[in-house]
Ligand binder design. Structure first.
Ligand SMILES: Nc1nc2c(ncn2[C@@H]2O[C@H](COP(=O)(O)OP(=O)(O)OP(=O)(O)O)[C@@H](O)[C@H]2O)c(=O)[nH]1
Ligand SMILES: [Mg+2]
Length: 263
């Protein structure tokens, strides 16, 4: 079994080395693990640090340097394509800033191992036991709850309670069935599009409670305009994919236009 952990980065120079070390040292992972850092030409030198991590950990860490078409969504699509081309059986996606604790990964993998019918595991802040950073104000909590647990669910009819979750473990067959060519979000709303398409196509989603810690170091890229745009784009996602049924699952030829930039 091969696990590829895909980590998109934009200005994460202060986080990526510590995160990589923690992932490489993580116990209770019984498969061949690989870390794929997908960097969008970060001006703070994250790409160079990632490159040196790859040099120091041959066969365990690699970097995909993207120079065009920036954005979280596009970075993930390229990263997923690369992971599938590398022969990944399970693909974990996570943020680089420690909001997604690596400690949950063995739990995600165990669920997939024990439940062949589960297609994707989602690290969720909005199921019982899930929590947001203790320092968040009630207003920030309310807005986050409204956006994730109410707004996206109301518009899209999602069953998943954390519609914008970015910490997930996908089976290869799930990403193949989704057909990455049909996903076209550029930014953060990518997470919502993937959640919606997975549900429309009838994939089985399991949510696991996580404690979501605020980014430890580094600057936030999440601004009010970005949130407003995501709210608007949720409607576009609905229009684009509402007709999908399980019969529309892709046939597995997802490599598409794999870009072989980087390594
Ligand atoms: N490759 C790539 N990665 C990105 C881009 N935007 C964000 N990221 C990464 O995506 C992950 C999530 O972004 P964050 O900035 O942490 O988003 P957030 O958690 O909603 O907000 P903050 O933690 O408050 O900044 C992090 O690992 C970022 O470095 C991008 O345009 N390209
Ligand atoms: Mg973050």
């Amino acid at each position: 079994m091969k696990l590829v952990i895909v980590i998109p980065t934009y200005n994460e120079a202060e986080n990526i080395e510590a995160l990589t070390a923690e992932l490489l040292a993580l116990p209770d992972i019984h498969c061949d693990r690989h870390i794929l850092i997908v960097d969008d030409d970060s001006p703070d030198g994250t790409g160079e640090i990632a490159e040196s991590l790859a040099d120091r950990n041959p066969g365990k860490v690699s970097v995909l340097h993207r120079h065009a078409d920036p954005g979280l969504g596009r970075a993930y699509i390229d990263g997923f394509r690369r992971a599938l081309a590398m022969g990944a059986d399970i693909i974990v996606q996570m943020d680089a800033d420690f909001s997604h604790s690596p400690q949950y990964i063995p739990t995600f993998l165990k669920i997939l191992e024990d439940n062949p019918g589960v297609d994707v595991v989602v690290g969720s802040r909005y199921v019982s036991g899930g929590e947001l950073d203790a320092h968040w104000s009630w207003w920030r909590r309310f807005l986050s709850w409204w956006a994730n647990a109410v707004y996206t669910r109301l518009i899209l009819g999602l069953n998943v309670k954390d519609g914008t979750a970015g910490f997930k473990a996908w089976r290869r067959r799930t990403l193949e069935g989704i057909g990455l060519d049909r996903i076209n979000s550029n930014g953060y709303v990518f997470q919502v599009e993937m959640a919606y398409v997975a549900e429309r196509l009838g994939f089985t989603v399991v949510e696991v409670p996580i404690y979501f810690e605020d980014r430890r170091i580094g600057k936030s890229k999440m601004s009010i305009p970005v949130k407003i745009e995501a709210a608007f784009r949720t409607w576009q996602i609905r229009m684009r994919h509402k007709h999908l049924t399980p019969a529309d699952r892709a046939d597995g030829n997802v490599l598409g236009t794999l870009q072989m930039a980087g390594r």
